[in-house]
Each structure stands twice: as structure tokens, then as C-alpha cells.
Design a protein around this ligand. Structure first.
Ligand code: PMP
Length: 296
């Protein structure tokens, strides 16, 4: 699904066939989850193939590395150019791009001297599907911000996400909702949470969540549309008093939430702010406004 015998990836300065790579089994990333990654989308827009917010994603990748002491020297411009080249080589336009910074062999718990960069891409539909989600409250909480650099997108953090999603799916739900370690609403395993009440939007503040690029985009779109937004600490009761809720993220885009365990949100997707924001998001990523020429 992610690659075939023709797939080209970028690895350490070269574009090579995926099936010609070999990497050390002694990487700190493999053993300890000590690596950083991104998830970016490209869209076949009316102006050609475009990465959505590449600067924000590659700045976050650099910041993630910096926060945990992983040396990583590529510039945002270099990374963006390489990504467009990779898409072109693989004949991809509507794609999901996964850059991964992984560490050299080192079995000790110290910072690496050298790292590798891998960028791969594949076609990926909406990560959480296009149906309204049935969520279950997770028995796991998001990592405490004093145990991790929570604002960094670090490989090891995703064990928490995998545990939460697996638990929800094993109970027959689509996805999990996680609280923070103080019991306030946090986020999904791979997406940020918004909820709506009386025409107003609410979303958890940063500090215990990944500050999503889609979350920022939704905040920009809400501002543009004149929708009031409150960012803060919210409780489960706030959520179950809401009219509607949605998740957002690069892979998931904007997806409505139908229910949380036995609680069903009273407002349908059709009548939600989420639907309006989703249409605006789509117009934005597909550049429905004429811009310059195609890049790939
Ligand atoms: N929270 C978590 C835990 C995530 O993994 C993601 C996906 N990167 C998000 C939120 C959404 O972030 P973004 O909008 O930048 O993709």
C-alpha cells in the first residue's frame, strides 16, 4: 500500500528505489523511538500539485529535532524542493508525505552525532475515513508535558497514540479521545479536537497537545468567517454539553464526531460549523483561488 517495486524515496542526499535501501538495525530510533517525523499533504490543485503549508511542517520538523537534541541541518527550502522532486519522481499529486529523521547506530541514551533523513510519499485517502466518528474515551491520557516534549512530533510519542486507538477499536469504536494528565480534554491519537456550542467554537489550549497545523488553519478560517473561538481548559462535561464536535489533522483533514461512548452529539454534520469549515478547508488546500504555476 505504501510502496511498490517502482517507489523512489529520498535517503541521505540521494533518491533511491525503496527496495534498494538497507539500514542499520542499531539505530536509536528503532530501539528507543528517538526520532522525529512529519505528515504533510500535497493536493492536485487548479494550479497544479501543491504541498499544503510546507514551511509550517518543515519548521515543525526542525523544531521537533531541536527540542529533543537531534542534530538536523536541512533548510526548510531544501526540504520543500526535495519533496516536490520526490512527488514528481513517483508520479504523485494527491499524496501524503512522510519525512522521518532517524538516528545513527547508538545503543546508549545520549544524543546522536549523525542522523539520516528519509522522505517517502504515497496516496492516502482521508485517514479517519469520511464518515462521522464514534469515539470512545481512552483509559490512557496524553503524556505529561514534564515527561516528554509534547509539542514535538517525536516517534516514541506515538506509542501512546497506538495504545489509545487500539483500545478504542477493540471496543468497537472508530477512534479514541484522550484527556490530559489533569483530566482536561486533550486530543485524538493523531488529530486535534474542536467542539461547537451555540455557534461558537472551543478547542483545548496548547501545553498538553501537539499544536496541529490544521488546528491553526481552522482557527484562521474561523477568524475569517467571524466565528467566535474560545481556547482553554475544557472538561468532559463541556464536551457532552456541546452541539457538535470534530477532529482535524493533516491526514484526517476535518472529520465530524457523531458520538463519545453512549453520548450522541445533537447537531448533525449538515448543520454544523464543522461542515462549513471543512468546505473552506477544502477550498484552501485545493487553491480554488487562482495562483501561480504548477510546481510538479
Ligand atoms: N495531534 C496529534 C497527536 C497528531 O499526531 C496530529 C497529526 N500530526 C495532530 C494532532 C494534528 O496535527 P497536524 O494538523 O499538524 O497534522
Amino acid at each position: 500500500m505504501y510502496y511498490n517495486e517502482n517507489t523512489v524515496i529520498f535517503l541521505d542526499g540521494k533518491f533511491i528505489k525503496e527496495n534498494e535501501t538497507s539500514n542499520s538495525l542499531y539505530s536509536q530510533t528503532l530501539h528507543y523511538g528517538y526520532g522525529a517525523f512529519e505528515g504533510i499533504r500535497s493536493y492536485e490543485t487548479i494550479n497544479g500539485c501543491r504541498l499544503f503549508k510546507p514551511d509550517e511542517h518543515y519548521q515543525r520538523l526542525k523544531k521537533s529535532c531541536e527540542l529533543v537534541g537531534i542534530p538536523f541541518n536541512y533548510s526548510v527550502d531544501q526540504l520543500t524542493t526535495l519533496t516536490y522532486e520526490l512527488l514528481e519522481m513517483n508520479g504523485l499529486t494527491n499524496a501524503y508525505i512522510r519525512p522521518l529523521v532517524f538516528c545513527d547506530p547508538n545503543m546508549s541514551l545520549t544524543k546522536p552525532n549523525n542522523v539520516s533523513l528519509m522522505i517517502c510519499a504515497w496516496e492516502w485517502g482521508a485517514y479517519l475515513g469520511d464518515k462521522q466518528l464514534r469515539l470512545s474515551l481512552s483509559s490512557f491520557c496524553r503524556p505529561h508535558p514534564r515527561s516528554m516534549k509534547i509539542e514535538a512530533k517525536i516517534c516514541g510519542h506515538y506509542i501512546n497514540s497506538i495504545l489509545a486507538t487500539t483500545e478504542a477499536k477493540e471496543k468497537g469504536f472508530d477512534e479514541a479521545l484522550l484527556l490530559d494528565s489533569d483530566g482536561f480534554l486533550a486530543e485524538g491519537p493523531g488529530a486535534n479536537l474542536f467542539f461547537e456550542k451555540n455557534g461558537k467554537l472551543f478547542t483545548p489550549q496548547t501545553g498538553n497537545i501537539l499544536p496541529g497545523i490544521t488546528r491553526s488553519t481552522v482557527l484562521e478560517l474561523a477568524r475569517e468567517k467571524g466565528i467566535d473561538v474560545e481556547i482553554g481548559h475544557f472538561t468532559l462535561t463541556d464536551l457532552t454539553n456541546a452541539d457538535h464536535a470534530f477532529y482535524c489533522g493533516t491526514a484526517a483533514e476535518i472529520v465530524g464526531i457523531e458520538s463519545l461512548d453512549e453520548f450522541v452529539f445533537p447537531t448533525s454534520w449538515e448543520n454544523s460549523l464543522a461542515k462549513q469549515l471543512s468546505a473552506m478547508y477544502s477550498a484552501l488546500v485545493y487553491e480554488k483561488i487562482p495562483l501561480e504555476t504548477s510546481k510538479c
